[in-house]
Design a protein around this ligand. Structure first.
Ligand code: PLP
Length: 387
């Protein structure tokens, strides 16, 4: 995988390797359609056609109209545009917003910024498996609630939220419903035409596309206040010259996903089962997140007595995570696992394995062996064991 070291990459929730077809398509576009898609000449029209084709590919994956998609630099920007844009647009009607404690930082920090601007945010707690109860969610909605934002698949635990039911509760009350779909889009079947969702964020690099490009689905009749001002591109919602090659890569990744999801899911379930079977006998091992029914590409486990950061080093050349990639240089225990009721130490012992389309059973066998050895080694070093 890497030129010099044979990495065993089980960190697909952080990012996925770009598919060969995606790289090929981007190279073609870089060579032949590098024009500004807003230019009024033949070159510009060539690039504009590439962007339109990519929008059709993504729209078909989501089952929505291509005109409902806004290109962004990724899910962080899509979340910012959705949450800030909807909150500001509806501010005159009320300032109450609802979200969950276990959201990604790209949502949590946006709500924190809104709190500083005087918005009133309800932070909902999940149960010990990471799920949000529909009753708890509905009870939090008030007459002055303007926006609720709940993620689809949790990036640390793989917990899947009941977005259809939560969205219906919002629709009945005229509340805008946003979903951070960064860990679900392109990985699970998704039919946005049938879901009561107003805003859905996604990012290409989580489903075998390039980094630095994503999109926000904006359902018809969901006005947003733009965050940036500049050119008139993208209905004045997100100005700036479009990154035609990245967008083409995203489109290709979407087309590949549409053709692969049905095959990917049983492949991932088999890998998860293989991994869990190989490590479940280790004394004191527990699953962080749903024991059943979570996204099959993520398995997060912890131990009673082994520290995750030390374990991570002992696992090399295995690439796994102790938390979400954006927090992994932060020694704080994961706030997501703390919200599931784990102690600081338990949360700090967590290792997130995440795998994908290119993962082979041999990779999982190697991960099992490395994890078992790593735990044994660290337990052998522990003061209690030395006595
Ligand atoms: C759930 C979730 N939301 C948002 C993001 C941010 O996505 P991006 O890297 O495209 O900004 C990520 C990626 O780490 C994620 O897992």
């Amino acid at each position: 995988m890497s030129a010099d070291i044979d990495l065993i990459y089980l960190d697909y929730a952080a990012t996925t390797p770009p598919a060969q077809q995606v790289l090929q398509r981007m190279r073609e576009v870089q060579a032949n359609a590098w024009f500004n898609p807003s230019s009024n000449h033949l070159g510009g029209m060539t690039s504009a056609a590439v962007v339109r084709a990519a929008a059709e590919q993504l729209a078909s994956l989501l089952n929505v109209g291509a005109e409902s998609l806004i290109w962004t630099s990724g899910a962080t920007e899509a979340n910012n545009l959705a949450i800030l844009g909807a909150a500001k647009q509806r501010e005159h009607r009320g300032k109450h917003l609802v979200t969950m404690r276990t959201e990604h930082k790209a949502v949590v920090d946006v709500f924190r910024a809104l709190e500083k601007l005087g918005f009133d945010v309800t932070w909902l707690e999940p149960d010990k498996h990471g799920h949000l109860s529909v009753e708890r969610f509905s009870a939090a909605l008030r007459d002055d609630t303007q926006l609720a934002s709940i993620m689809h698949v949790n990036n640390e635990t793989g917990a899947i939220q009941e977005i259809a039911t939560l969205g219906s509760a919002c629709r009945q009350r005229g509340i805008v419903f946003h979903v951070d779909g960064a860990q679900a889009c392109g990985k699970m079947p998704l039919d946005l035409a049938r879901l009561p969702i107003d805003l859905y964020s996604l990012t290409a690099h989580k489903f075998y596309g390039p980094k630095g490009v994503g999109a926000l689905f904006v359902a018809e009749g969901t006005p947003l206040t733009p965050l940036m001002f500049g050119g008139g591109q993208q209905r004045r919602l997100r100005p700036g010259t479009l990154a035609v090659d990245l967008i083409a890569g995203l489109g290709e990744a979407a087309a590949l996903a549409a053709a692969s999801i049905e095959r990917d899911l049983p492949h991932l379930s088999a890998l998860k089962e293989q991994l869990f079977t190989g490590i479940k006998e280790i004394e004191g091992l527990h699953i962080n997140g749903p024991e059943q029914g979570g996204y099959p590409g993520i398995l997060n486990v912890g131990l009673d007595d082994v520290e995750g950061e030390s374990l991570l080093l002992a696992l090399e050349p295995l690439c796994v995570a102790t938390g979400s990639a954006c927090n992994s240089r932060n020694q704080e225990p994961s706030y997501v696992l703390r919200a599931l009721g784990r102690s600081d130490f338990e949360a700090q012992s967590a290792i997130r394995f995440s795998f994908g389309r290119m993962t082979k059973p041999e990779d999982i066998d190697a991960a099992i062996a490395l994890y078992r050895q790593g735990v044994e080694k660290l337990r052998g070093l522990a003061p209690a064991a030395a006595n």
